[in-house]
Design a protein around this ligand. Structure first.
Ligand code: HEM
Length: 398
């Protein structure tokens, strides 16, 4: 086996082989070069569980990575104003902020995003899943016809977006994906993503005007009106963040999860540990990005101020130092240590909602169609560094 030395160009997580199956490459990195400098991405890749876990809890690994990018690359006179505006919305996302701004935004959103608000939506998730399953023909795409419409209508409902408008989010969100998940430096993706962001932002800004209901958007508007601790732009940006974060990742988990269970038919889709094992074994968070706020020594290497780091839950979650026989998919494992929702200050705020949706959607589909099997077609995965998910999941339902 070739040892992956520092700066090796072989270690490309976006090669076609690694996009289809990143785990052999991640295992090789974890074993031979666990804090790896990639010349291709001008970034570090960190793959051991102990290092990923520690870095996610360490404020020297900063989440504030949009503002520096904007200052360095987008403040010039040649930048398309819509691209600058789109990055302005991203800059207001709590996931791209450090304390104290992060603390304030997270506290306000956590107050609105209560376990009660999530639990209340349970019957609607089950009902929407059942309705979508009713519609499936003998051949179906479980991403386009099931996971996506389910997760987007759930988050739209939670926020208070009219159901009739939910089909519009797919296009917006697909385009914004290019901006958020690895479009850095690609001007075409920027321009298209910026247009998508402008349309979605305008839509939400309209909705915020005079909106009143028993939903998350109303709770955010109240936080803005009382005490002035949330600006109008932050309300809109948080709405965009929730619509985006709320279904993209959950769609991927439902897709990856059904695929894993179809390939391991002896594993129970509804065991207590199934969702955790799906997140561990093939979860949607392939990497999580950070920017070095100061020089840090890690694994014998020096990560310098301003350098970008990809912390890899997909590698950490299969670290044999933590998980016995890590490549084996086994829903009876004791859950709890996987890093698929991150850890530390930015631990996924939507985790209870994602768990609820996944634990309903996956068993519902497999129970409804016990003879379901994969169609004999190559699978196509999103070619991005940050997330792992399928474009389509083609199955015979019966
Ligand atoms: C399976 C589905 C999901 C996965 C795998 C996932 C994964 C993650 C991860 C890894 C982070 C940490 C990012 C970081 O540290 O930089 C995160 C943060 C976040 N997620 Fe999720 N997520 C999922 C579903 C959701 C849902 C359904 C929502 C909301 C409706 C949501 C909202 C958020 C928010 C608001 C943050 C930012 C929290 C902060 O910065 O404090 N996520 N998610």
């Amino acid at each position: 086996m070739t040892v992956l030395g520092p700066g090796s160009t072989r270690a490309d997580l976006l090669s076609p082989e690694a996009v289809a199956d990143p785990y052999p490459l991640l295992a090789e990195l974890r074993q031979h070069d666990p804090v790896h400098w990639s010349e291709r991405y001008r970034s570090w890749f960190v793959t051991r569980y102990a290092d990923v876990d520690a870095a996610l809890r360490d404020p020297r690994f900063s989440s504030d990575r949009i503002a520096p990018y904007r200052r360095a690359r987008l403040d010039g006179p040649d930048t398309d104003p819509s691209v600058r505006a789109a990055f302005g919305v991203l800059e207001d996302w709590m996931v791209f902020k450090d304390p104290p701004d992060h603390t304030r935004l997270r506290r306000l959103l956590s107050r609105a995003f209560t376990p009660r608000a999530v639990e209340r939506i349970r019957p609607r998730v089950a009902q929407t899943a059942a309705e979508l399953l009713d519609e499936l023909g003998p051949e179906a795409d479980l991403i386009g016809e099931y996971a996506y419409p389910l997760t987007s209508s759930v988050v739209a409902e939670l926020l208070g977006v009219p159901r009739a408008d939910r089909h519009r989010f797919k296009d917006w969100s697909d385009r914004i994906t290019g901006l958020v998940f690895g479009g850095m430096g690609d001007p075409d993706r920027h321009a298209d993503g910026a247009d998508g962001m402008a349309e979605l932002t305008a839509y939400l800004a309209d909705l915020v005007d005079g909106h009143e209901g028993d939903d998350l958007l109303t709770a955010l508007i109240r936080a803005r009106d009382e005490g002035d601790s949330l600006t109008h732009d932050e309300v809109v940006a948080t709405g965009v963040l929730l619509l985006f974060a709320g279904h993209e990742t959950t769609t991927n988990l439902i897709g990856n999860g059904i695929l894993a269970l179809l390939r391991h038919p002896s594993e129970a889709p509804d065991a207590a540990g199934t969702v955790d094992e799906l997140l561990r074994w093939d979860g949607p968070a392939k990497t999580i990005a950070r920017l070095m706020a100061t020089d840090v020594e890690l694994g014998g290497r020096t990560l310098r101020t301003g350098e970008r780091v990809f912390l890899c839950p997909a590698a950490a979650n299969r670290d044999p130092a933590v998980f016995a026989d890590p490549d084996r998919f086994d829903v009876s494992r004791r859950p709890g240590r996987q890093l698929g929702f991150g850890i530390g200050l930015h631990y996924c705020l939507g985790a209870p909602l994602a768990r609820l949706e996944t634990s309903i959607a996956i068993p519902a589909a497999l129970r409804r169609f016990p003879a379901m099997r994969l169609r004999d077609e190559p699978l196509s995965w999103h070619s991005v560094l940050l997330s792992r998910g399928l474009h389509h999941l083609p199955v015979h339902t019966r």
